[in-house]
Ligand binder design. Structure first.
Ligand code: TEU
Length: 549
């Protein structure tokens, strides 16, 4: 069976992991210095956010050279050493592949500014319409999705920042250049790719406006899962992926289960896995900045169960609570005030026992939390663009800041908290983004010193998943799907029979399980309230993993 089905992924945001030079920015040699840490935790796949040459308008998601290492992060020799060090320890490496767009400083785009260049068509250039942009699409990072170029009197499309022009996948030469670049990374030894916003690469070629042309609107219907999306994925598989024992995972907003089945169906030859993002909007109101902290557990389970069900026997799933774009899991889905340790463990129990490959984001293993900085301490362009736009539109700055505190991407990007020394042991210089002030209490050294800490719980659950393949391949049966407190299910096959009971609430929770389950004998495998092992009533945020016999 595939290594990536049985593996546990650890995501590293290199800018914020370890700084080996003192310039305040994490780097590859910093990661190299922590390889034994990864082994001790037990993860066996690492996903690195982009480490390629980039002017860093969007922290490496704006790439100016797909085959060079960002100078702040180190050199290609450092990269090779990192890869070798991981492989020596039995850890695979997944790179970020950002090919919906490049940087405007990529040589392709620089060439493309010339209307006569063969590279013009590598991007999406259009004439304006009666003095306005070619259509009314809004960019993900606020403002119009088109930028005017005076020299050629045309506009180029950028669904993200204007320093991230969209690549034109309709052009076969562009596609071949991308496949060749991927092939060279595989030949260098990488084990796979996480594909950034991959279901946005195929646009409706007529690029129509949406609704009233005079106001900006989300044009997703014309570029999410567009007309040639699966054709491109199959071509990429044929041209590159098929030749390597690799893992791929596509980041896909607005993808339903039907589309998901097409993307990861094992007979389809597209990708290994998908990050469906539905549960990332559980706490959104009308927009992602309109926060509804009172999210529904029933809805969470409905989403995750629908995906488990929909992909069952078809393709592989993935499980995650957060990534570098999302708030800290324990602050968002747990309770970082009254039950930080208990709820961090409960959340870990969900990702590590459900069907699908688990993804852990750096710092999740010690229950790192959100931050609440004044606006000038944030670094993320998404935060600033949105805040400035809303302030200009007359919104209340305090309310806006409250949304940033809850939802802003920099929550995930504050430096890793290693110990209680200055700047949490992340850097000897000034960190590029401030360290969470709670680092004297919440850090790896302190957490690991406590056998009942979050770190050991993660390590134990990772080891359990590796040792007991029932948690990887076993049949899945959910219980109490209408409970607003409990996530309860069974994983079962010839080799084992597990009952997982997780209380996702601040209150005591009463279980209602079928008699066929309650009449079985059980023993506790993991419990975050040692000594409290009743299965009829669970403590707040209690997680019980039981083996049934
Ligand atoms: O994210 C896609 C994306 O749509 C996010 O920007 C998301 O909407 C937002 O962060 C939620 O607040 C991917 C990358 O993961 C992200 O870091 C990049 O900025 C983006 O693509 C552009 O490459």
């Amino acid at each position: 069976m595939s290594w990536w089905k049985e593996g546990v992924v650890y995501q590293i945001y290199p800018r914020s992991y370890v700084d080996s030079t003192g310039n305040g920015v994490g780097d590859l040699r910093g990661i190299i210095s922590r390889l034994d840490y990864l082994t001790e935790l037990g993860v066996n796949i690492v996903w690195l956010n982009p480490i390629y040459a980039s002017p860093n308008d969007d922290n490496g998601y704006d790439i100016s050279d797909y085959e060079a290492i960002m100078s702040e992060f180190g050199t290609m020799a450092d990269f090779d050493e990192l890869l070798e060090g991981l492989h020596q320890r039995g850890i695979r490496l997944i790179m970020d592949l950002v090919v919906n767009h490049s940087s405007d400083e990529h040589p392709w785009f620089i060439e493309s500014r010339n209307p006569d260049s063969a590279y013009r068509d590598y991007y999406i250039w259009r004439d304006g319409k009666s003095g306005r942009a070619p259509n009314n699409w809004v960019s993900v990072f606020s403002g119009p999705a088109w930028e005017y170029d005076q020299a050629s009197d045309q506009y180029f499309l950028h669904l993200f920042s204007k320093k991230q022009p969209d690549l034109n996948w309709e052009n076969p030469d562009l596609r071949q250049d991308i496949y060749a670049m991927m092939r060279r990374w595989f030949e260098r030894g990488v084990d796979g790719f996480r594909m950034d916003v991959i279901n946005m690469i195929s646009k409706n070629p007529s690029l129509p406006s949406v609704g009233d042309e005079s106001t900006l609107a989300w044009g997703g219907e014309h570029f999410m899962n567009g007309p040639r999306f699966h054709e491109y994925m199959q071509e990429m598989h044929r041209e590159v992926l098929a030749d390597f024992d690799c893992m791929t995972v596509g980041e896909c907003f607005d993808l339903d289960v039907n589309e998901g089945r097409k993307l990861v169906g094992e007979d389809r030859n597209e990708l290994s896995m998908v990050f469906q993002m539905e549960h990332m909007s559980l706490d959104h109101g009308n927009g992602k900045w309109d926060v509804q902290p009172d999210w529904s557990r029933v809805r969470l389970k409905e989403i995750l169960n629908r995906w488990i069900d929909g992909l069952d026997g078809v393709g592989w799933n993935s499980q995650f609570w957060m990534n570098h774009d999302q708030p800290r899991a324990v602050s968002r889905f747990g309770n970082d005030a009254d039950y930080r340790v208990e709820s961090a463990k409960a959340l870990a129990a969900v990702t590590l026992t459900l069907p699908g490959t688990p993804y852990i984001y750096m710092g999740e293993e010690i229950g790192m939390t959100n931050v609440a900085y004044p606006i000038e301490d944030y670094r993320d362009l998404e935060i600033h663009n949105w805040y400035n736009e809303q302030v200009a539109a007359g919104q209340n700055p305090e309310a806006l800041l409250a949304s940033v505190h809850r939802m802003g991407r920099d929550n995930a990007r504050t430096p890793m908290q290693w110990d209680a020394s200055t700047h949490a042991g992340f850097t000897s210089g000034t960190p590029w983004l401030k360290v969470n002030p709670n680092y004297p209490d919440i850090n790896v050294a302190a957490d690991r010193a406590n056998p009942d800490g979050i770190w050991h719980w993660y390590r134990d659950l990772i080891a359990l998943r590796k040792a007991r393949k029932t948690l990887v391949y076993g049949r899945y049966e959910p219980y109490m799907i209408d409970s607003e407190q409990l996530f309860a299910f069974r994983r079962q096959d010839q080799q084992g029979d597990f009952l997982v009971l997780i209380n996702l609430s601040d209150e005591r929770a009463i279980t209602r399980l079928p008699e066929s389950v309650t009449e079985l004998a059980w023993q506790v495998v993991k419990n975050n309230y040692p000594g409290h092992d009743r299965i009829d009533a669970l403590k707040p945020w209690q997680a019980l993993i039981l083996e049934l016999t």
